[in-house]
Design a protein around this ligand. Structure first.
Ligand code: GLY
Length: 380
């Protein structure tokens, strides 16, 4: 699957989960069709649009007009932009606003935004009135290829990322690739790390295609749609086989055990976006795999080279303020990693690599080897 698809109407990717199956629609300028699609799926439902202040300035009016144009009554819930909204206060606010807006069980929540809004609105939809259906309208590349698909919703605990949440699948995902034109280059690149992840973890041909076409993915057009659709197809296939992450779905966490620890260490601040943490985390996972004798140095370099060519950070030293503010030492990072959901009975579960396109779940990595590996990486 290496040739870009033609630009002719939305691409549909099905997430096959029996009676909870849903479609992901990917295409340029498809946001205006949201209303008719929602009306067809849930005739008569009212919609609460949950979004953040930043996304609202660009896309709320268009989203609202599309829904109203299809005869749907809407209300708006606008949260602060940024990870801080994925908090107990944030979820309380959204739940109370949904109740105030009299959203009932047969109504709908539309999550209009990036990963924060999707996780927060999805979690509110999972728990208000014991569950309301919701639609994801992802507006960041990261959300289009990862967080809007697969039903993971939730908030952060002061003790770690995504520690409180629920699996709650959307009934539809509408990914308008034109919306990505307004992202800052840095935000786009951060999302791209999750695109590259699908190549690294399971599709060497896609990785090769990305090496040749990443500049066109940034520009937009058919290459971008192909990259988003290929990523969604990969994720949909894994989620359909392992919705609750009892096995294979853990592969999607490639780069995330290191990445989450780095995000926590930098206070979820502008020093490091999620996708940037994943980029550094993927390279660390590749280097650890090489140290354990599983991956060749050539493959490590290939992964690092591609991410760097896109403009992503690939080393701990690339994190903003590394020299001035530093990072926790190896023991500190190990403590942060131990909070992650990827730890079971004290043993780390790492996603390691045997080749580009061949990731494996390893649930028995020696913590001392990881600690010493991190100490070396911090000292480089
Ligand atoms: N972002 C990883 C997953 O959805 O499983």
């Amino acid at each position: 699957m290496t040739a870009p698809l033609k630009n002719s109407g939305p691409i549909t990717v099905e997430v096959a989960l029996g009676d909870r199956s849903y479609d992901i629609l990917i295409g340029r300028d498809i946001l205006s069709s949201l209303g008719e699609r929602v009306a067809a799926l849930r005739p008569g439902a009212r919609v609460a649009i949950v979004t953040d202040e930043y996304v609202a300035t660009y896309w709320l009016r268009k989203t609202d007009a599309s829904l109203k144009g299809a005869g749907i009554a809407t209300s708006h819930i606008v949260v602060d932009e940024g990870e801080a909204s994925k908090s107990y206060e944030g979820i309380e606010f959204v739940c109370e606003e949904l109740i105030k807006a009299k959203i009932e069980r047969n109504d709908l929540v539309v999550a209009l935004g990036g990963g924060v809004v999707g996780d927060l609105a999805g979690f509110a939809a999972a728990i208000v009135r014991r569950g309301i259906d919701f639609v994801q309208v992802p507006t960041s590349l990261l959300a289009q290829v990862d967080s809007s698909v697969g039903g993971k919703t939730g908030i952060n605990s002061p003790q770690g990322k995504n520690l409180v949440g629920a699996f709650h699948q959307p009934i539809l995902v509408v990914a308008d690739t034109a919306v990505l034109d307004t992202l800052s280059p840095r935000q786009f690149r951060a999302g791209y790390a999750e695109v590259a992840k699908y190549g690294v973890l399971g599709d060497e041909a896609f990785f090769t295609w990305l090496e040749a076409n990443h500049a066109d993915v940034v520009k937009g057009g058919a290459a971008r749609e192909h990259a988003v659709a290929t990523s969604c197809r990969a994720k949909a296939a894994i989620v359909a086989r392992d919705e609750r992450e009892t096995g294979e779905r853990a592969l999607l966490n490639l780069g995330h055990t290191f990445g989450h620890a780095l995000e926590t260490a930098t206070g979820f601040s502008d020093r490091l976006y999620h996708g940037e943490g994943v980029s550094i985390g993927m390279v660390l996972a590749a280097e650890l795999s090489a140290q354990l004798g599983m991956l060749t140095d050539a493959d490590v370099s290939r992964i690092q080279r591609h991410l760097a060519a896109v403009g992503l950070p690939t080393r701990l030293q690339d994190i903003a303020g590394f020299k001035q503010e530093g990072l926790p030492d190896a023991d500190g990072l190990m403590t942060l990693m131990a909070q992650d959901k990827k730890v079971k009975r004290g043993r780390f579960t790492f996603i390691l690599l045997q080749a580009v396109g061949q990731a494996v779940v390893s649930s028995d990595v020696d913590p001392l080897a990881v600690r010493n590996f991190l100490a070396r990486k911090l000292a480089q």
